[in-house]
Design a binder for this molecule. Structure first.
Ligand SMILES: Nc1ncnc2c1ncn2[C@@H]1O[C@H](COP(=O)(O)OP(=O)(O)O)[C@@H](O)[C@H]1O
Ligand SMILES: [Mg+2]
Length: 256
């Protein structure tokens, strides 16, 4: 392997800058250099999460032969959009780094080193059969069904693969919220609001706040898990009601 290839293999940030001409924000550098197994990205719209993880997917496929990388999202259209970002970066590579592709279509590619990147459909029934994934990236995770999430997790078992859930919040429900709020320290968490993104101006955000109202603005740009508007009880109220100190109405009391 050439010295430069080795340097790229060891440092995805260097790879992004030198091979793809992409200059990551500080938090994107952190994601690219992340070495753990479970990562939650709770980020504003347009902050750059899909772009960053597309680079991570490409890096893994290029430098770790036989990697299986799966892209999951609420719809096949969205997974294939993420996949298209991977393909665009692939074309950015300098000619000497272009891998030979054994297969290359709208939904998947296979490199000569046997690495595969596949965008998955969103129906849980049709995705069974993949195993040994080395990286799974779930995009718009707050809107991916829990059934789908539970169907993909076993694909990491044998390979001890890595899992990224990334999303803008969508209420206090579903696996993305649950892992964020209660998933414990198996997960690394990164939160990026629109104010943390150098490409989104204050003026634009002020205009958005006016146009969409406070509730949507807090969700889409400030990454808050705000209650769905039709909730009768807030999440905190329900959790408090489930607290141990609440005595059952009938039976089960201490003095029975
Ligand atoms: N570090 C960066 N430098 C320049 N442009 C960036 C950077 N990160 C993201 N972008 C651009 O910002 C836009 C939104 O990125 P995207 O990854 O689609 O965001 P998200 O998935 O968070 O909504 C895209 O046009 C992308 O090319
Ligand atoms: Mg995106």
């Amino acid at each position: 392997m050439l010295a430069l290839d080795l340097a790229f293999a060891l440092d995805p940030v260097l790879f992004a800058k030198e091979a793809l001409n992409f200059y990551p924000d500080p938090w994107q550098e952190k994601v690219l250099r992340w070495s753990g197994r479970r990562l939650l990205l709770c980020c504003s719209r347009q902050s750059g999460k899909s772009t960053t993880t597309a680079i991570l997917a490409l890096h893994r496929a290029l430098f770790y032969p036989k990697s299986l990388i799966l892209l999951v999202s609420p719809s096949l259209r969205q997974s294939s959009e993420l996949f298209r970002k991977v393909q665009e970066f692939l074309r950015e590579l300098p000619p000497e780094m272009q891998p030979e592709l054994l297969e290359d279509n709208k939904l998947s590619l296979v490199m000569k080193n046997k690495s595969r990147i596949v965008s998955l459909p969103s129906s849980e029934g049709t995705i069974r059969g993949f195993s040994g994934a080395s990286l799974i990236i779930e995009d718009e995770a707050a809107r991916v069904s829990d059934d789908l999430y539970f169907a993909i997790r076993p694909m990491l078992a044998v390979s001890n693969g890595r899992l990224i859930l990334m999303s803008t919040p969508f209420g206090k429900r579903g696996h993305f919220f649950k892992e964020w709020a209660e998933g414990g320290d198996t997960w690394e968490r990164i939160k990026i609001t629109a104010y943390d993104c150098p490409r989104i101006s204050r003026e634009f955000l002020e205009e958005e706040r006016q146009a969409m109202g406070d509730w949507w603005f807090r969700q889409e740009y400030l990454c808050e898990f705000v209650e769905t508007e039709d909730n009768v009880f807030t999440y905190e109220q329900v959790m408090k009601a489930l607290d141990d100190s609440v005595k059952p109405l009938f039976g089960g009391g201490e003095d029975v």
